[in-house]
Design a protein around this ligand. Structure first.
Ligand SMILES: *Cc1c(COP(=O)(O)O)cnc(C)c1O
Length: 383
């Protein structure tokens, strides 16, 4: 009947064309059972034995993400952090890991902890700087190179394709954290990443009511089996109820990301050159140093994450966040509602962040309402 492949937008909106053959239901069910009874001959009736291993609802959410990613397989975890930990736990003892110097603070903190315990060796490169990445890699010895693009909270852009060539030349694996631009924007695996990591808490779910982490891979194998074992034995599989919410959230992924991008572009353009703003960090702006790579890597869907460096001092920045009436003064990102945070307060000591940096997660509200709210907060903070 069809003579052309369906677009990802269509497939994700229909939850992979879900249809219950017995009832005609078009919404995938939630399977809450913790355990599964065996058949009279004592074999398993289906693929399932115990929910800590896997369950139907989580499997369905994984199939949707694998489809979006063009992945051989996807695994969902109870949070982005548990997914990141599974990757780090699956590394051989004292493996060498290369990571960006500015990245999601939780993962950076965890890597530093494992380094201090002697579980892994850690080297850093200046985020998005490929020459620095290459210099940090030890060919034949480095097991894993971590890329976060756009990175949090500066939104610098790393060229994934170029990074993959460098990493693979050295015999290492490339993991990308593209949480800020979900797989409908950035096809990390097609660009050469071996593992695509996403905090599904953010854009994939999109409604600030689930924590989840996704790992997707181009190739499965022994290594992937050991990640799966870690998920089982650490008990970090995504709960079926959260998987159901995630499936529902993902149905509107394309709409949400398109609208968030439009809003973020409007905001970034409005505040670029504003007298109370020193700098706007957003890859969608043509003045951004990573703009051309971002355009290529996201197809123009830059997402809704941007940061503002306010004029004045740290107090002015904190006051701006405090005085917003529409933006919620909360951490996290990728939800339908806009959030603002003074990043230095949230990430704490030990992380490199500009003291005047406000991280904004732009939602799907009316762009003019958001701009007006920031305008009033900025003038009030400037006194
Ligand atoms: C939130 C986030 C994580 C961690 O994910 P959780 O779901 O909060 O555990 C990792 N990387 C990035 C870029 C994030 O924004």
């Amino acid at each position: 009947m069809r003579n052309r492949p369906l677009s990802p937008a269509t497939r994700v909106a229909q939850a992979l064309r879900y249809l219950d053959p017995d009832t005609g239901a078009i919404t995938p069910p939630i399977q809450p059972s913790a355990t599964y009874a065996r058949a009279p001959d004592y074999t398993l009736r289906d693929a399932y034995m115990y929910r800590r291993d896997s369950n139907e609802t989580t499997d369905h959410a994984e199939a949707i993400i694998a489809d979006l990613e063009g992945a051989a397989d996807t695994m969902l975890f109870a949070s982005g952090m548990s997914a990141a930990n599974a990757v780090l736990d699956a590394l051989p003892a004292r493996a060498h890991v290369v990571a960006p110097d500015v990245m999601y603070h939780g993962i950076l903190h965890r890597m530093q902890k494992l380094d201090a315990l002697g579980r892994l060796g850690l080297s850093f490169y200046k985020t998005a700087d490929l020459a620095a990445m290459q210099a940090a890699i030890r060919p034949g010895e480095t097991a894993l190179v971590w890329v976060e693009t756009p990175n949090n909270p500066d939104w610098d852009v790393t060229d994934i394709k170029a990074a993959a060539a460098i990493v693979h030349d050295a015999g290492a694996r490339l993991l990308t954290d593209c949480t800020g631009t979900p797989p409908c924007c950035t096809q990390a695996l097609a660009l050469g990443a071996d593992i695509s990591f996403h905090s599904a808490t953010k854009y994939l779910n999109g409604h600030s009511d689930v924590t989840a982490g996704a790992l997707s891979v181009r190739d499965t194998g022994d290594w992937w089996e050991s990640v799966s074992d870690i998920r089982k034995l650490a008990g970090t599989v995504l709960h079926s109820f959260d998987a159901f919410l995630l499936i529902r959230g993902m149905r509107t992924l394309m709409l949400r990301v398109e609208r968030a991008t439009q809003n973020a572009l409007a905001l970034a353009s409005h505040f670029e050159g504003h007298p109370l703003i020193e700098r706007v960090l957003y890859p969608g702006l043509s003045s951004h140093p990573g703009h051309e790579i971002a355009k290529r890597q996201t197809g123009g869907l830059y997402g809704g994450m941007l940061s503002l460096i306010t004029a004045g001092n740290e107090r002015t920045a904190i006051d701006t966040a405090r005085f917003c009436e529409l933006f919620y003064p909360a951490t996290s990102l990728g939800g339908v509602e806009s959030l603002i945070e003074h990043r230095k307060t949230v990430s704490g000591e030990g992380f490199r962040v500009h003291p005047n940096l406000l991280r904004l997660s732009i939602g799907i509200e009316d762009a003019d309402d958001l701009i007006a709210d920031l305008e009033q907060a900025l003038s009030r903070a400037a006194g």
